[in-house]
Ligand binder design. Sequence first.
Ligand SMILES: Nc1ncnc2c1ncn2[C@@H]1O[C@H](COP(=O)(O)OP(=O)(O)O)[C@@H](O)[C@H]1O
Ligand SMILES: [Mg+2]
Length: 235
Amino acid sequence: MSALGAEALRAEGLVKTYGSGHTALRALDDVSISTRRGEVAALLGPSGAGKSTLLQALGLLSLPEQGTISVGGRVVAVDGQAREDLAAIRRGGMGFVFQKANLIPFLTARENVLLALQINGRVGAPAAKRADDLLGYLELTERAAHYPAMLSGGEQQRVSIARALANEPAVVFADEPTAALDKKRGRDVIELLGEAAHDHGTSVFVVTHDHRTLDLFDTIYEMEDGRLRPQPPVS
Ligand SMILES: Nc1ncnc2c1ncn2[C@@H]1O[C@H](COP(=O)(O)OP(=O)(O)O)[C@@H](O)[C@H]1O
Ligand SMILES: [Mg+2]
């Protein structure tokens, strides 16, 4: 475990309601949280607690109607209104890993990673080298020319991590990334995300049900009924 760096994300007073009237459901109920570069944080809680909603808010995918979100110390959204180009912040500074790898089936592992670079305007030899370095880092060099259907679930998830890390994001969000994997592969995935955080100062934020991997996290949050439990002091 390494020293934590600068603030990566900060959210204050997030409130998100689905529906309205008597069916309104408060999925985020005054949630405040912050993460630092190099920190690997887990978010636990029962199904329906609001974990995915919080991840989507922090990842600027779906803004909550109340609260302030800052990225790298800059306020980017206030009370549901964008203050900056959120798509650009996401593209350049955030990576996402989901339960299913969601690779593009007609592109090879290498091309899936290259595409993430190209979307950010990174092309040619430097992009090719970056893709190959990432595939090497995730021990996928031998699999680079394979299509997703030819890869195991664990390999596909490693490609999706390579893709998420492609543009050196400040923050990587992962929503139940190990749910479809066996114990060993699930642990490998969290270890890889942890290495990325500690080696490259990425802030990693993982929604998980997998208590077998909790020893790999720097910080553990718990949610229930849209509220974040107070954090015990770090010993
Ligand atoms: N798009 C949506 N429309 C309506 N209700 C939703 C929607 N997404 C989530 N919810 C509800 O919000 C609550 C929190 O959901 P979610 O954030 O997905 O929880 P978790 O990821 O912890 O299982 C749940 O009660 C869920 O049914
Ligand atoms: Mg969820």
